[in-house]
Design a protein around this ligand. Structure first.
Ligand code: BEZ
Length: 249
């Protein structure tokens, strides 16, 4: 689930399956129990919701992308198109789980409020997403290319990568008790940066012509190559995770 619904599930599956593959520690933190009702907020194509369901839980999966929701339904999941800031639940869930999504939600206060409302008393909110410093090499390179090409307009960073202290305060001021919150640097091997940009940064350049978009990606790649590419490891993105467990009190 990101703030626009232009995800392409096929491209995502091909170039971004590492997102789900690396999320098992978050499922461990969730610790799903039999018969629990769990909301997967930003389910993508449903890979993690399927894992959570294997614990004999009842999972509702949500995503902003119709394409992703269709893929999730095809996996047998109960899935709906819904935004994190427009959740329509009231004390329905034992837990809300969210992986690699909340950095797309700039209105974090509203999202936290809706998550709080969706949880039963003592329900838990387990999440991981981009934390402070996440993909700094990448965003700096994108900004540099915008600055080098004033005809592209202003670089609009679509992401929110908060500090742990900042997010903890937000959660606590919305009634949560934060049991655990940590910033975890996690350099992540990706395939060619061009593919990463195509899957994740298309919104940043969607106002440009196809030719400009291709040039943008090539220029970003040139800047990044000496910084995040080696022959031995290929491309490594400077991911930083913010992982948390908070309880509704
Ligand atoms: C992330 O998972 O940290 C992320 C993915 C795509 C764009 C921005 C951040």
């Amino acid at each position: 689930m990101k703030e626009s619904n232009d995800w392409n599930a096929t491209k995502y599956n091909k170039h971004a399956d590492f997102v789900s593959n690396l999320a098992m520690p978050v499922i461990e933190l969730l610790n799903p129990k039999k018969d629990e009702k769990i909301l997967d907020l930003g389910c993508g194509e449903g890979t993690l919701a399927v894992e959570i369901k294997k614990f004999n839980t009842n999972v509702i999966a949500l995503d902003l992308s119709e394409d992703m929701v269709e893929k999730a339904k095809a996996k047998g999941l109960e899935a709906y198109v819904m935004s994190a800031t427009e959740l329509e639940f009231e004390k329905d869930f034992d837990a809300v789980f969210s992986n690699a999504v909340l950095h797309w939600v700039k209105d974090s206060k509203t999202a936290i409020n809706k998550i709080y409302a969706a949880l039963k008393d003592k329900g838990r909110f387990i999440a991981e997403f981009g934390g402070y410093g996440n993909i700094k090499y990448l965003t700096d390179a994108m900004e540099e290319v915008f600055n080098n090409n004033p005809q592209y307009g202003k670089f609009n960073n679509p992401w929110y990568f908060p500090k742990d202290i900042e997010y903890k305060e937000l959660l606590e001021s919305n009634g949560f008790k934060v049991e655990y919150i940590e910033i975890i640097p996690r350099p992540t091997q990706i395939d060619d940066i061009l593919n990463w940009l195509t899957v994740f940064a298309n919104g940043i350049v969607s106002h440009l012509s196809n030719e400009e978009q291709e040039n943008f990606k090539k220029e970003v790649r040139e800047i990044l190559k000496p910084k995040i590419y080696t022959k031995k490891d290929g491309w490594t993105a400077d991911y930083v995770r913010l992982r948390l467990k908070a309880i509704k009190i």
